[in-house]
Design a protein around this ligand. Structure first.
Ligand code: HEC
Ligand code: HEC
Length: 302
């Protein structure tokens, strides 16, 4: 590469000066493409100023604000701002506010809590959020349930609608990995003759109508094989987690085909245990909330 300006293309070989465009007053680059020459327009000053300002701004920001990582730590800046700390402070404030009323749920007397209107006004919105975060995924945001997941917002219970009993279900779960879990198993009746299973399925499907034929052979099969868990007339409520087959509420479905599948394959729904994941007071809070879902649903529909 040469450094002599006189040797550059387009330069005057004696002075080294480039050709100057008479219209704009700018030098040309000296390249010539068949008579077309390119202006050597300088970079706009405004852009240079803007660039300089951003550089100045970032240097000031590095000094004042948290900026550079330094291994495990970071430069904190002279202003000492920390959004994380602000967030933790706010969270702590919420927690202390909640702790004041949440202590009532440590070892609750549900009946007296439920009539404490001031407490309920604080606790139930918090319970709704807790329910939304932990339970709505399976049981629906309004507790309506869905295929495989029982409705909580109705008066039909597998176990019981008492808050005390619901708290036990929440703490230890159903068929869950917890030493004290509730066990609820619908055994498979795949050994039973297929024709018998079909007629039994039809019989069970007719139970909610109240017009089931209790003199039929299928009714005999029911009494023999099913009544021990589901009740003499299929009414449930025997404390073994076997649902009522007469109330119209269903977990999996009560049409003949679904009942036939239930009979053939058995069922063993799992409700996770929440002890350890939620605090004792939170579990009791949720138990009260769930026990009241059926009432609040009636209020809403009235
Ligand atoms: C992973 C899904 C899942 C989640 C999450 C879940 N449940 Fe369940 N829950 C179930 C299933 C499945 C059953 C029914 C178990 C059975 O078939 O016996 C059940 C049963 C119940 C029952 C018993 C209902 C009755 O009629 O006796 C209650 C009460 C309950 N859940 C409340 C809750 C609450 C409160 C939460 C949130 C803390 C929750 N569940 C979270 C799946 C879930
Ligand atoms: C050992 C007790 C036991 C016996 C015996 C038993 N069941 Fe069940 N059954 C259960 C339990 C517990 C459930 C709930 C399973 C679940 O939620 O996962 C259930 C669920 C069902 C369901 C589903 C209900 C729904 O809401 O979707 C049907 C239908 C049913 N049983 C019919 C029968 C019939 C018919 C027989 C007799 C052939 C029978 N069961 C025998 C315990 C039993």
């Amino acid at each position: 590469m040469t450094t002599d300006p006189r040797a550059l293309p387009g330069a005057d070989p004696h002075t080294g000066n480039r050709e100057v465009d008479p219209v704009t007053g700018y030098e040309t680059t000296g390249h010539d493409w068949g008579g077309i020459r390119e202006l050597n327009t300088p970079f706009p000053r405004i852009a240079l100023i803007a660039l300089a300002l951003t550089v100045i701004y970032s240097v000031v920001a590095w000094i004042l604000l948290p900026a550079w990582p330094t291994g495990r730590d970071y430069t904190r800046g002279l202003l000492g701002l920390d959004q994380g700390e602000v967030a933790m402070d706010r969270l702590q404030a919420i927690k202390t506010g909640r702790a004041v009323w949440l202590t009532h749920f440590e070892a609750p007397d549900f009946a007296s809590l439920a009539v404490n209107r001031g407490l309920m006004a604080l606790a139930m919105p918090a319970a709704r959020r807790l329910y939304g975060d932990n339970c709505a995924l399976c049981h629906g945001s309004d507790g309506a349930g869905g295929p495989g997941f029982p409705a909580l917002a109705d008066a039909d219970w597998l176990w019981s609608g008492d808050p005390e009993e619901i708290a036990v279900t929440l703490r230890h779960g159903i068929n869950a990995e917890d030493p004290d879990t509730r066990i609820a198993e619908m055994p498979a009746f795949d050994w039973m003759d297929r024709v018998d299973r079909l007629s039994l399925a039809g019989f069970v499907a007719s139970l909610p109508t109240g017009k089931a034929d209790w003199d039929s052979p299928a009714a005999g099969l029911f009494t023999q094989n099913c009544a021990a868990c589901h009740g003499e007339k299929g009414q449930g409520g025997l404390g073994v987690g076997a649902p009522s087959l007469t109330d119209g509420a269903t977990i999996y479905g009560q049409d003949p085909q679904t009942v036939y599948n239930t009979l053939t394959l058995g069922r063993r729904g799992v409700m996770p245990a929440w002890a350890g994941r939620l605090g004792e007071a939170e579990i009791n809070l949720l138990a009260l909330y769930v026990s009241r879902l059926s009432e609040t649903k009636e209020e809403r529909t009235q």
